[in-house]
Design a protein around this ligand. Structure first.
Ligand code: PAP
Length: 342
């Protein structure tokens, strides 16, 4: 993380020309993999937003022909070279990625950007989105220029499909788990915020059915979690498994654990002077959602607000029927039964 400013500024102020370059890069990747994609099993019965359906790769479903799609995963698997010092923040979509990005970024850059309004009113997280500070590997911006990540990246790619060099280089991986019911509801709201979808919102029934069948971008929630959870048991010094709900309930301990794991432990002085709490406050839902109110970074979404809806545990109970809850609980029990995960 030698110069974080070098990578968040261009993203925050992306020009039309830069966007063109990124799109051209993504188009060339899509073109390069088109024959391979044609050969993959697909399900085109279900359209979401601008996506034409789902394509199956290595046990998981993906969209096609855009960033965050199967072509992006294939390109990363073929080309991405990790460094042993790289750190990967990994999640199933809607599990708290934005929050984890903010926390890891704030922890790793706390010498450069001191926390606390007086010491650093211009902290990047007071002006730009956590997504501008920590890129997704499968995004067009990263694929166009991987070096701008500066050693801290995020991804939704399942553990078993990560580019091989991430594992062989012994990189540290942080996985954030969130309970599937809240993930589903968060995901459903998110889907309906995409521009193309505003006039024809996805019904909750449909989102539920597809999610239960593992038919979402990045595949089955349960298989995704299982891959990372098992890895965290097998390689605990390299894979840290955290839970959104634990972070909500007792953030201090988890933030300490995260800092230690990513190689930036808090000193005793920092523990006494409230540094941990300052990071928690900076990365709180309230603060980040205020900073990102009305911001618009990408043309694909209405605004960065959509990453900050409610940020609470258990909101799914306001939407799901009892039957839906029972079905999801049953799948969770069947899938996670022996893992001692919930
Ligand atoms: P992504 O995977 O597309 O990047 P992600 O950040 O994982 O999205 O999911 C957004 C969810 O995290 C939202 O949940 P909700 O729909 O249930 O409200 C969002 O509110 C929540 N979130 C974002 N920032 C924070 C935060 N600082 N603290 C707690 N929850 C947060």
């Amino acid at each position: 993380m030698s110069n974080p400013i070098a990578f968040y500024s261009p993203v925050a102020t992306i020009t039309k020309d830069e966007e063109k370059v990124r799109k051209a890069k993504m188009s060339s990747i899509i073109e390069r993999y088109k024959d391979k994609v044609v050969a993959l099993p697909k399900n085109v019965d279900h359209h979401f937003c601008k996506y034409e359906g789902f394509w199956h790769l290595q046990g998981f479903w993906y969209h096609s022909k855009a960033d965050f799609s199967v072509e992006a995963i294939m390109a990363l698997q073929d080309e991405f070279q990790a460094l042993p010092t790289d750190i990967f923040l990994t999640t199933y979509p809607k599990s708290g990625t934005t929050w984890l990005k903010a926390l890891a970024f704030a922890i790793m850059n706390r010498t450069k950007f001191k926390i606390g309004v007086d010491s650093c009113p211009n902290h990047p997280l007071r002006t730009v989105s956590p997504h501008d500070c920590v890129p997704f590997m499968e995004s067009d911006s990263f694929l166009n220029n991987p070096s701008y990540a500066n050693g801290l990246m995020a991804t939704h790619i399942p553990y078993t499909s990560l580019p091989k060099s991430i594992i062989s280089s012994d990189c540290r991986i942080v996985y954030l788990y969130r309970n599937p019911k809240d993930v589903l509801i968060s995901y459903w709201h998110f889907l309906n915020k995409f521009k193309d979808d505003v006039s024809t919102p996805t019904k909750l029934d449909d989102a539920f059915e597809l999610f239960s069948k593992g038919m979402s971008a990045f595949g089955s929630f349960w298989d995704h979690v299982t891959g990372y959870y098992k890895a965290s048991l097998e390689r605990p010094d390299k894979v840290l498994f955290l839970k959104y709900e634990d972070l909500k309930n007792g953030p201090e301990n988890k933030v300490k654990k995260l800092a230690k794991f990513i190689g930036n432990p808090f000193t005793q002085d920092e523990e006494y002077d409230g540094s941990i709490q300052k990071i928690i406050d900076l990365c709180s839902f309230e603060n980040l959602s205020e900073v990102n109110k009305g911001r618009k970074q990408s043309s694909k979404i209405l605004s960065d607000d959509i990453y900050f809806r409610k940020g609470v545990v258990g909101d799914s109970f306001n939407y799901l029927t009892i039957e839906m809850i029972q079905i999801l609980d049953k799948i969770t029990e069947q899938k996670f039964g022996d893992l001692n995960l919930i």
